[in-house]
Design a protein around this ligand. Structure first.
Ligand SMILES: Cc1ncc(COP(=O)(O)O)c(C=O)c1O
Length: 366
């Protein structure tokens, strides 16, 4: 029996050749290929600046440091996300303030944000969860009213948009991950977008040990990090970026197939509002509570289908529970439900309609 993993990166021969070509030059750190990736991805999402980094966590860490967010500050984050969204807030010494998500979109509920704002609030990190844009237009209005920074966590959403504008270009910063579960991957890697030259420069300096060039001389002007990407990683992802548009179109077709083939009323399939484009980084369904989701993961594995839960209910993870002692089930009911009853099923460019039909048929048997 063939096994369909939950995710599998689509690395083609020409991508491998691009990496080999870089390896042969001996240029193994950040250089010309990283610069190429930055300008290609800026053109792709129509952003003034893009800075490539080591991953989609260092991007957000850099953004928070560049904005001067730290001890005593609060940052609003969704209760449901990958843990990194909250970890970066902790890493700069600020406090993550969790807001529940909507149960149909799994994105932060914009209508609950204002009641979480206090005089200490400095920023919001809205996540475009699973590749579906959150209502970033509504969130930008709230941020403008309350004078808050926005760092869009678009880790899963390279190519997603609301009303034709790419996510990652609404806020002060946008953060993308190039982890192998994303549509294009450099192994580990990240991209950070921003529209202001002074912020872009600050992030470039912080990414590279705090180095700036002053009067032609290398000076250390900040206590920076080493969050650089290598040139061979950039070559790998540059090559995939050239076909990203086609990849996303194909994934959208597969998502439509799931939508029409999964007919079991015990499974709620995801939806995409008419004003948004979804990247379908994760096809995330909600399973009826009468079905034990963890048992289901095992059963599907025996049938050759790799699945997993989708994202963490962050306030309920050990570190956050111990530190903040939230009663997550009461305070964040939708995040708690999505964490317990959510299921990510395979959707990526290497799958075909027969795979989708097989998976849908197995889900319909539940
Ligand atoms: C929403 C979200 N934020 C941040 C990250 C972290 O990205 P990385 O693994 O590249 O550090 C991920 C990773 O999957 C993610 O899904």
């Amino acid at each position: 029996m063939k096994f369909i993993p939950l995710a599998s990166p689509d690395i083609q021969e020409q991508d491998i050749q691009e990496v080999v070509d870089v390896l042969k030059t001996g240029m193994l750190v950040q250089g010309k290929k990283v610069a190429e990736l930055e300008s290609n991805s800026a053109a792709f999402v129509k952003s003034k600046h893009v800075i490539a980094t080591s991953n989609g966590t260092s991007t957000m860490h850099l953004a928070l440091v560049a904005l001067g967010i730290g001890f005593g500050d609060e940052v609003i984050v969704p209760a449901l996300s990958y843990i990194a969204t909250a970890n970066v807030v902790e890493l700069v010494g600020a406090t993550p303030v969790f807001v529940d998500v909507e149960i149909d979109s799994f994105n932060i509920d914009a209508t609950r944000i204002e009641s979480a704002i206090t005089p200490k609030t400095k920023a919001i990190i809205p996540v475009h969860e699973f590749g579906l844009p959150c209502d970033i237009e509504a969130i930008m209005k709230i941020a403008n009213t309350h004078n808050l920074y926005i760092i869009e966590d678009a880790a899963c959403a390279l190519g997603a948009s609301q009303n034709g504008k790419f996510v990652g270009t609404f806020g002060d910063f946008g953060s993308f991950s190039l982890h192998p579960r994303k549509a294009i991957s450099s192994g580990e890697g990240g991209l950070i977008t921003c529209q202001k030259p002074e912020l872009a420069k600050k992030v470039q300096i912080l990414r590279n040990h705090g180095i700036d060039i002053i009067d032609g001389k290398m000076e250390f002007v900040e206590a920076g990090f080493n969050y650089r990407m290598t040139d061979f990683q950039a070559a790998l992802v540059n090559s995939q970026l050239a076909r990203l548009k086609e990849t996303l179109t194909y994934k959208n077709e597969l998502a439509n197939e799931y939508q029409s083939l999964i007919t079991n009323s015990k499974i709620q399939v995801p939806n995409c509002p008419a004003d948004r484009i979804h990247t379908w980084q994760t096809y995330h369904v909600l399973i009826d509570p009468t079905i034990n989701r963890d048992e289901l993961i095992k059963t599907l594995r025996e049938k050759g289908i790799g699945t997993n839960y989708g994202a963490q209910n962050i306030p309920d993870q050990i570190y956050y529970k111990n530190k903040y002692n939230h009663n997550a089930a009461i305070a964040f009911p939708n995040a708690s439900r999505a964490y317990k009853e959510g299921l990510a099923i395979p959707l990526y460019e290497k799958l075909n309609s027969a795979d989708i039909s097989y998976i849908a048929a197995e889900l319909n048997k539940l």
